[in-house]
Design a protein around this ligand. Sequence first.
Ligand code: ADP
Ligand code: MG
Length: 360
Amino acid sequence: MTKTAGELLVTPMTEQRSEIAQLGEFGLIDRISREFNLRNKSSIKGIGDDTAVIDAGEDYVLLSTDMLLEGIHFDLAYTPLQHVGYKAVAANVSDVAAMNGKPEQIIVGLGLSNRFSVEAVETLYQGIRAACENYRVDLVGGDTTSSASGLVLSICIVGRAKKEKVTYRSGAKANDIICVTGDLGAAFMGLQVLEREKQVFLSNPEMQPDLEKYQYLVGRQLKPDARMDIIYELDEMELVPTSMIDISDGLASEVLHLSRQGHLGVKLFEDKIPLDNLTYDTALEFNLDPIVTALNGGEDYELLFTIRPTDFEKIKKHPDIHFIGHTQADESQNIMISKQGTVVPIKAQGWDHFKGSGKR
Ligand code: ADP
Ligand code: MG
């Protein structure tokens, strides 16, 4: 019997059915990327880095997209709409920063269910506008559609970098110094606080949320900032990192990307990993090991990069860049030296949307 176009589209090529959860997000992406080769000379870097890299003549153009789904990436019970807009732009800018580039344009795809009013959309765009002003980005287009299940926000970003300055996830050499900006784990703890207060509110709507004490953490969760300031500073110092990635899935997962793509091992020192005091105390309050919030939390949007040892002098006094370890030639050795001096293997437990790990 001849199949209709619709049937052809949904029929898998074989009878076999594999669960996405078994492959995980990265396994799935690997599998997709195996089926595609780059055919245009201008496609310099395809799948596998924070952005694609496209030859645009004098410069490289950087291209990336990121999607936020209501109920998966944000909960409107405690996330103001303007923050959703701001965060979606910041997450995209962060990927351009991770390539050592500067963002220029965004295009916004919007899916709306009929719960959302014109005023709600305006509020969302207030956040998008604030981020556009902050990062000096132009909103140049988009697409709007109705959605069956809540709000969908998908942003595509275009950035630019001088060819010799683009920084890939690969590129580190053995004995490069591993650097991280800011502090880690705060956004993850902010999410735990917000979730807890939501549960308290649901069981007793009379209760007012007690967020004052956790302001820094909640702010890091709801209004993260991409570290473009660091990119401008590295530019001024004439320092090009040997490799770079932004921390959206947790330090462990990201450092393993640098290791895998650079064919190197990494050695981190627990006591060098930057944690804010409030992150530390709040993790203990939640019965969590504070270092786990940095290693396996997510959405920090800080930068993780490697530098040649000879460049250390240039940034060693920077107040917001921390030197947490170094790369090593043995690819199989990805380890952290704990505060007690024991050797702990680094394992990724980043945010895996398909494994139902309890994180988003
Ligand atoms: P990031 O955390 O920096 O946004 P991701 O982990 O989302 O990066 O993606 C890793 C790489 O896989 C990127 O190069 C991205 O463009 C690519 N990628 C992700 N999803 C898909 C997909 N569905 N099809 C093709 N490429 C994808
Ligand atoms: Mg990234």
